[in-house]
Design a protein around this ligand. Structure first.
Ligand code: PGA
Length: 258
């Protein structure tokens, strides 16, 4: 079994899909079946809330992730879900700061509180960052820098090994995507994110924070992104609903040496 640092981290974000428990169960079972066979991939499945319980029989190699978290532990917060509740369900990862949540009003200061809550619950926050467009010169770097600095502000260095950062440029995400980012574009941002983190914490924050890429990932782009993008894994949206694509993405990653 490869150690966590030798493994690719592949997270599947189902978003608000599928619309029935039956399909959710089929999708989860097929994903888990494949994930369990792999040695070089740590898989994470992030179903919507109503299916978390359904998918809780994950395995160490196919962990359960949530798509959101609230910062309080319990109480009168209608519609919110706490780290205590997620942890009790066996959730290990949680998406924070996804652009679709930011579009509904989530701010960097909220994201910061959500990361703290996740850490308190021993969950791994997958913190999503990314610019909305690349029109301005270097503007995309500034956007990501602010997102990371404000999200991580004041968190102890020791927590950095538990945090995953996902670079997800908005223009590359979802049905409206212009295109996926190229390995060169991803690589540039990965280097930049590492610099932001090391400027904040010093170079001795070991082991380094994992960085994922997300945005129009499909089986044919996996190899290029993982080998040339400098990332530790992927955050997959649409393709995570297609069993054939899921199996191929996992298989492609398993075949690659880190
Ligand atoms: P996509 O979504 O793979 O459908 O582009 C990625 C994401 O939003 O995490």
């Amino acid at each position: 079994m490869a150690t966590p640092t030798q493994q690719w981290l592949i997270a599947f974000n189902w978003k608000m899909n599928p619309i029935t428990r039956k399909i959710a169960m089929q999708l989860f079972t097929a994903t888990k079946r494949k994930a369990t066979l792999l040695r070089k991939v740590q898989t994470v499945v992030c179903p919507p809330l109503p299916y978390l319980d359904l998918c809780k029989r994950g395995t160490p190699r196919c962990a359960l992730g949530a798509q959101d978290i609230f910062w309080e532990a319990e109480g009168a917060y209608t519609g919110a879900v706490s780290y205590m509740q997620l942890r009790d369900l066996g959730v290990k990862y949680v998406l924070v700061g996804h652009s679709e949540s930011r579009a509904r009003g989530e701010r960097n200061s909220d994201i910061h509180k959500k990361i703290k809550a996740a850490l308190l619950g021993s969950l791994t926050p997958i913190v999503c960052v990314g610019e909305s467009s690349r029109e301005e010169r270097g503007g995309h770097l500034e956007v990501v820098k602010t997102q990371i600095e404000e999200a991580l502000y004041g968190l102890p260095k020791t927590s950095m090994k538990q945090i995953v950062i996902a670079y997800e440029p908005l223009w590359a995400i979802g049905k409206g995507a212009v295109r996926g980012a190229t390995p060169d574009e991803i690589f540039e941002m990965v280097i930049y994110i590492k610099k932001i983190v090391s400027d904040m914490y010093g170079t001795k924050s070991i082991p380094p924070t994992k960085i994922l890429y997300g945005g129009s990932v499909h089986p044919l782009s996996v190899k290029e992104i993982l080998l040339r993008g400098g990332v530790d894994g992927l955050l997959v949206g649409r393709a995570s609903l297609d069993v054939k694509a899921v199996v191929e993405i996992l298989q492609q990653a398993e075949a690659l040496k880190r």
